[in-house]
Write a protein that binds this ligand. Structure first.
Ligand SMILES: [Zn+2]
Length: 79
């Protein structure tokens, strides 16, 4: 799995849309790649902060903004 692929899977993972086998591949990549791990951790923390420990669907607008921020962050660091 490349970092670009991992990044796409991170989005799905955090949306709860990632299949179990892909999740495993992503986990393996995160163990080996500190860059993707940081992106993953930061994004997850942002979501947890937003949800404040409660489980409810994230409004689409927030999700879009998060994906946009993620994309930008990834592109900046991946150059
Ligand atoms: Zn990576």
């Amino acid at each position: 799995m490349t970092c670009k692929e991992a990044f796409q899977e991170i989005s799905k993972y955090l949306d709860g849309e990632l299949a179990a086998d892909l999740k495993r591949v992503l986990d393996e990549h995160l163990c080996k790649c500190s860059h993707c791990k940081v992106v993953f951790d930061t994004t997850r923390k942002t979501i947890e902060l937003y949800c404040n420990g409660k489980l409810f669907p994230m409004p689409e607008r927030v999700r879009d903004r998060l994906h946009y921020a993620l994309r930008r962050k990834f592109q900046q660091k991946a150059v």
